[in-house]
Design a protein around this ligand. Sequence first.
Ligand code: PLP
Length: 413
Amino acid sequence: MTRITNLVIKRAHGAKFWTVDDEEYLDFVSGVAVNALGHTHPEVVEAIQEQAGSLIHLGLNYGYYESAVNLAEKLAEITPGELDTVFFSNSGAEAIDGAIKLARAATGRPALIAFEGSFHGRTIGATTLTASSAKYKKHYEPLMGGVHHIPYPYALQLGAGMSEQEATAYSLDRLQKLFELQVDPSQVAAIIIEPFMGEGGYVPAPVAFLQELRKITEKHGILLVFDEVQTGFGRTGKMFAAEHAGVTPDILVLAKAIASGMPLGAIVAKRELHEKWPVAGHGSTFGGNPISCAAALASINVIVREQLVERAAALGQQIVERFNRSIGHFPAVAQIRGTGLMIGVEFKDQDGNPGTKLVAAIREEALKNKLLVTGCGVYGQTIRLMLPLNIAEEDLDQGLTILEQAIAKAAAN
Ligand SMILES: Cc1ncc(COP(=O)(O)O)c(C=O)c1O
């Protein structure tokens, strides 16, 4: 695994953690977009403790238990459209693999289409869909068959000066060419996309692109799968990123922030689709374990009650405006983008190439000043902010100031 620091960490609370030597750090990584409520939120801790006292594990093949049923009902309530039925897994990658199985079983079709730059996880199925770095696939070929990739509509990377509309048209054209030259649409089970690309660079897909994908998939009987493992639960300033485009996918895959750090993934779809999945066609010993489900219910309750989705939208706008003023003028800053608290700052070097070294220098300088931030992007050229949605104003300001100073220092060299 990659380690982003060599720190030995003892405890964490809110947007901070402390090392074994009691050094305090601000955490703008949030367990890689997991701790939407910050670390050890009291209501989540209480729910975990209470659940652990009454039921730790059975397995959902026993029958039913309250926390899993209540969580499934809650997810049906808060997810877009009429998605009303849930299969629980342990992680994002595992849920993606489940979604692949569901799509193939329900359609009887073999092929899958994913996007260059995307990241879906580390199981063999999810690794096959992933195309954000060849190093994730090196040594593991041959991977799963039947997977095709087309470019994500990421204007800045697709061509100098390309507009969002041009990027949308280009990616749609490549999809059409794929249908004509390589795989007939009648053979395609699903198109799988992150509606807001995470690891690949913190890049939102244009609304028009997602809407067009919805029309194309409907026309050909292809299932549309949204991987909202990183975007779900308020991160983008909507409960789910799908809402920005007003598009309901056929399958919504969730994990990360769902349970504030307890392992849990979810495959959400309409009942009629889930019912096409044969009994015993999938399963999991731990998936949907009672403690993870209780933690998820508690964290969703806090997100809704404290209107943290709305807060994420407002704070995100303020941060982007602040960055435009404070760092937007540096030639090394290629783009400041994002919605809600999914904000990326992409860097370029003096020759216009990806600013990989700049990002490494910024992260190192920030860490020296006790702020943990990390990067993303195919070349590691983007700084990404993964703030708790409930971050205290004071922590936010302090962290942003450290980051701006680190950027100013790196950009000046
Ligand atoms: C969009 C997306 N999908 C899937 C995954 C895989 O999730 P997990 O690490 O829980 O397997 C990730 C993890 O970073 C992700 O960002």
